[in-house]
Design a protein around this ligand. Structure first.
Ligand code: ADE
Length: 229
């Protein structure tokens, strides 16, 4: 999988890409990530990437031309055309099903917006999808792009040590994960549920299923009703 990211803060990405799963996936050749500075696609004496909004209002809006040039230029490299995604709070919301869909693409081109917004012609005419990572507003799409890269990379075969850990986790079954415990069996008088210490697999499975359902019902009634009609 190849990821290209267009951003005005390329340096934002160096820390997250240099540890853990992403570092390993890149070293193993399972994923490659190329970070591009939007300013490299700007023109004029000031290499301007933003401007004041038509109609007035606070803040600045990202100009369409540098983004267009970045998409044109980056789509032309490599063998595959990328799926082009604009990160913005106005997009459709990322979920695990979307991450699985992206993991089947060969290339993703992620555009991180900044400032108060991005000229709407970008969303309307230049990208395949507009994506939000959740119902809150970030200062820009950089963290959102990293969220997509990590959520997708760990689904690529060979990126995660144990593929079973991807199959069994939260959301894959439409509900949350069951609670996990490890040693010691008692810590500050807080015990581990006896079902898990019983050695009885059927009992363990039943307990885990009940707990996963209970947790989903309490913490995420939206998911629970989706699964249970
Ligand atoms: N940029 C700002 N907020 C965002 C969000 N919630 N998702 C994606 N990009 C964003």
């Amino acid at each position: 999988m190849r990821f290209d990211v267009v951003t005005i803060f390329p340096e934002f990405f160096s820390g997250p890409l240099s540890c853990g799963l992403l570092k390993r996936a890149m070293a193993a050749g399972v994923a490659s990530v190329f970070i591009h500075n939007l300013r490299d696609y700007a023109e004029g004496a000031h290499l301007q990437v933003d401007d004041t909004p038509y109609g007035g209002g606070p803040g600045m809006v990202m100009k369409p031309e540098p983004i267009w040039r970045a998409i044109e230029s980056l789509s032309a490299v490599g063998e595959e055309k990328p799926l082009v995604i604009l990160l913005s709070p106005q997009g459709s919301r990322l979920d695990q099903a979307t991450a699985f869909r992206y993991a089947t693409a060969r290339r993703l081109l992620l555009i991180s917006g900044r400032y108060e917004g991005v000229d709407h012609r970008v969303a309307e005419h230049m990208v395949d999808e507009e994506l939000s990572i959740g119902d809150y507003v970030l200062a820009g799409g950089e963290i959102a792009a990293l969220v997509v890269i990590e959520a997708v990379t760990r689904l690529i075969p060979g990126a995660v040590g144990n593929p079973d850990s991807v199959k069994a986790e939260s959301f894959v079954e439409g509900i949350l994960d069951y609670p996990q415990y490890t040693r010691p069996p008692e810590f500050r008088r807080w015990g581990v549920p006896e079902e898990l210490l019983s050695g009885n697999h059927a009992r363990v499975d039943r307990w885990r299923h009940e707990q996963a359902e209970k947790r989903t019902r309490i913490n995420r009634p939206d998911l629970f009703h989706h699964v249970h009609g």
